[in-house]
Design a protein around this ligand. Structure first.
Ligand code: NI
Length: 162
């Protein structure tokens, strides 16, 4: 595994639409492993492939450390990999601080659905559905946005300091 360089702020690649993943091969698995290691090295809760310069619809999420820090008693689902994700259902609303590894030191209030269901493929191409609430729903929405070239700063209503 290797830590990859994270694309930052005005990097054009962050505004591009990522392509559907068609090959569930070693190259994809290495990308996913590297993305996870890169995300963990920066204490992130999610990372999308375009953030490491690869325009493929692949995302890694792990909210377990963040939940421990927030002392929230939410089941620990660990590492989540979403390939070709599509949000199929969303409900409710939450407004909270959000950040992004491509915008270090920038935090702001973003309103997201409280609960979402996402349909995605795993690293071997098998389709599954996942429903998340709270921070997990927020992370899913944030990362899927990246795949469509959208960054969270487009949705910030108020910047906050941390
Ligand atoms: Ni992000």
């Amino acid at each position: 595994m290797a830590i990859r360089e994270i694309r930052l702020r005005d990097d054009e690649i962050l505004r591009k639409t990522s392509k559907t993943v068609k090959n569930f091969d070693d190259k994809l698995h290495i990308l996913l492993d590297d993305m996870y290691e890169t995300m963990k090295s920066k204490d992130g809760v999610g990372l999308a492939a375009p953030q490491v310069g690869i325009l493929k619809r692949a995302v890694v999420i792990d909210i377990s450390d963040a939940n421990k820090k927030r002392k929230k008693n939410i089941p620990d689902v660990g590492k989540i990999e979403l390939i070709n994700p599509e949000i199929t259902e969303e409900s409710g609303e939450q407004t909270d601080d959000e950040g992004c590894l491509s915008f270090p030191d920038l935090f702001g209030k973003v309103t997201r659905p409280y609960k979402v269901t996402v349909k995605a493929q795993d690293r071997d191409g098998k389709w599954f559905k996942l429903t998340g609430e709270g921070l997990l729903a927020r992370a899913i929405c944030h990362e899927v946005d990246h795949l469509d070239g959208h960054v969270f700063t487009e949705k910030v209503t108020e910047y906050t300091n941390r």
